[in-house]
Design a protein around this ligand. Structure first.
Ligand code: FAD
Length: 403
C-alpha cells in the first residue's frame, strides 16, 4: 500500500523523497541484502509504501503517473543503490504495467493495475525460452483453445521475479510457427494455476540477490479472460510496448549505477595514498576519472533526450535502443575502470563497486543484447536513408522529423 502522503507530493518533493530513501535506506541496506542473499522484506515494504511500483501507472488506477522524463530522473536517483532493488519491481513497472495498460481491456486494467501500483500484485514478464532468446519471435510455448478458455504448454527461462510473482504476463503461440511473431498472443496467467511450476536459478553471476527463474507449464488451463486485450496475434506488439518502456528505465539504471561507482571510487582515491600523496593527485588517475565522467554525462543526456521524445508523442524506439545500448556499455566501461582504480580492493573484500560492476554486466544482455541492438540500429539507418535520405527518430536542422 502506498503511503497516503506520497500521493499528494508534487514531482520535485517526490524526487527528494526518493533521494532520501536511496541514501538513508537502500544504500545502507545493501550489506544486509548481500548477507541474506535476497532483498529484505522490510525493504520491499518500504519500496511499495514509497510508491516505486506505481511510478508509470495512471492516477485513476492507483498509480503516480509520472511522465517518462520524470520516471527516468527517479530511476537515475534510486539506482545509485544496488540495481537488484530495481529488478524486484522493474517487471511490474515498465514491462508488465505498460503492456497491460496499452493492450489490455478495461476489465484487465481494473483487475490488475491498482494491485500492481500498490506493490501487492507482483507480475513477471515471461517471453524468453530455452530456444528463443534474441530470436524471441520464434517461441514455441503454445496456447490452444479448449472450450471457452485456453490450455498452455511450454517452458520459459531467465524470468525476473518469476519466483515471487503472483501472475505472469506470458507470451504463447496461438498461430502457426510460420507466422513467426504475428502468431504470438499474450496471456495473464495466475501463478497458482495447476500445472505451473517455477524453478529458481541455482547460481547467478551478478544480480545474485534477485535471481531469475524458469517457468514450466504443463497443460495449464486459463479461462477466456486471460487473453490480453481481445485480439489474437497481438502479443508481440504488447511485448514491445513493455520492452521499449523498460529499455529506457534500463538506460537510466546504468546512469545511476555509474554515478555511484564513480563517486565511491573518487572518494577512495582521495583517501588512498601511494608515492607520498593521494592517488587522486596523479594525472593519469584524474584523466581516467575525467573519461568516466564524460562517458556518464553522454549517457545521461542521451537517456533524457530519448525520454523527452517519448513524452512528446510516438515511442522513439531507435532513440530508446541507442540510449539503452550506449548507457549499458558505458556502465560496464565505467565499472571496469573503477575496479582498476580500486586496485586489490576492486577484487578482494566487500567494496560495493565490484559488486555493482558484476551486476551491470547483465544490463548489456537483457532487454536485448548489445550486438542485436547494434545490428537493428544499423538496419534502421540503411532502411531509412534508403527510403527518404534521413536517419531514424532524428530531428533535422529544418525541423522536419523523419518518419
Ligand atoms: C538477469 C537477466 C534477467 C532477465 N529477465 C528476463 C525477463 O524478465 N523476461 C524475459 O522474458 N527474459 C528475461 N531475460 C532474458 C533476456 O532477455 C535474454 O537473455 C536475451 O534476450 C538474450 O537471449 P539469450 O540469453 O538466449 O542469448 P542468445 O539469443 O543465445 O544470444 C547470445 C549472444 O549471441 C549474440 N547474438 C544473438 N543474436 C544476434 C544477432 N542477431 N546479431 C548479433 N549478435 C547476436 C549476442 O552477443 C548475444 O548476447 C533475462 C536475462 C537475464 C540475464
Amino acid at each position: 500500500m502506498i503511503d497516503r502522503e506520497v500521493l499528494d507530493l508534487d514531482f520535485d518533493a517526490y524526487l527528494g523523497r526518493v533521494a532520501e530513501l536511496t541514501d538513508d535506506v537502500l544504500i545502507p541496506a545493501e550489506a544486509e541484502m548481500v548477507e541474506a542473499g535476497e532483498v529484505p522484506g522490510h525493504v520491499m515494504e518500504t519500496l511499495a509504501r514509497t510508491g516505486l511500483f506505481a511510478i508509470s501507472i495512471p492516477r485513476r488506477l492507483g498509480g503516480l503517473q509520472w511522465n517518462m522524463a520524470q520516471q527516468v530522473r527517479l530511476t537515475m536517483e534510486f539506482t545509485r543503490a544496488s540495481c537488484v532493488y530495481r529488478s524486484r519491481f522493474a517487471s511490474v513497472v515498465g514491462l508488465c504495467s505498460q503492456a497491460i495498460l496499452d493492450h489490455g481491456t478495461e476489465q484487465q486494467h481494473k483487475r490488475m493495475l491498482p494491485g500492481m501500483a500498490a506493490g501487492e500484485l507482483i507480475t513477471a514478464f515471461a517471453l524468453t525460452e530455452p530456444d528463443a532468446g534474441s530470436d524471441a519471435g520464434s517461441l514455441t510455448t503454445t496456447a490452444r483453445r479448449a472450450g471457452g478458455g485456453w490450455v498452455i504448454d511450454g517452458h520459459k527461462r531467465y524470468i525476473t521475479n518469476a519466483h515471487w510473482a503472483d501472475e505472469f504476463l506470458l507470451f504463447a503461440r496461438t498461430g502457426t510457427v510460420e507466422e513467426g511473431a504475428a502468431g504470438v498472443s499474450a496471456f495473464l496467467v495466475p501463478r497458482r494455476s495447476p500445472g505451473l511450476e517455477t524453478r529458481l536459478a541455482t547460481r547467478m553471476n551478478g544480480h545474485a540477490e534477485g535471481p531469475v527463474a524458469e517457468i514450466i507449464l504443463t497443460g495449464v488451463e486459463v479461462d477466456g479472460s486471460a487473453l490480453l486485450g481481445d485480439t489474437l496475434g497481438g502479443g508481440f506488439a504488447a511485448a514491445l510496448r513493455g520492452i521499449n518502456h523498460a529499455r529506457l528505465h534500463v538506460a537510466a539504471t546504468c546512469v545511476g549505477q555509474a554515478t555511484r561507482m564513480l563517486e565511491e571510487t573518487a572518494a577512495h582515491l582521495l583517501e588512498r595514498r601511494q608515492f607520498g600523496a593521494p592517488l587522486a593527485d596523479l594525472g593519469a588517475v584524474q584523466a581516467d576519472l575525467g573519461r568516466c565522467f564524460a562517458d556518464l554525462e553522454a549517457a545521461r543526456a542521451l537517456t533524457v533526450a530519448a525520454a523527452d521524445s517519448f513524452d512528446s508523442g510516438t515511442v522513439p524506439r531507435h532513440r530508446i535502443t541507442a540510449a539503452k545500448l550506449f548507457a549499458s556499455e558505458m556502465a560496464s566501461r565505467v565499472g571496469d575502470r573503477c575496479v582498476q582504480l580500486l586496485g586489490g580492493e576492486g577484487i578482494v573484500g566487500d567494496h560495493p563497486v565490484p559488486r555493482m560492476w558484476r551486476d551491470v554486466r547483465a544490463l548489456r544482455i537483457y532487454e536485448g543484447s548489445s550486438p542485436v541492438h547494434e545490428r537493428n540500429l544499423g538496419r534502421a539507418v540503411t532502411r531509412q536513408v534508403g527510403a527518404c535520405g534521413s536517419l531514424p527518430d532524428t530531428y533535422r536542422v529544418t525541423g522536419r522529423r523523419a518518419a
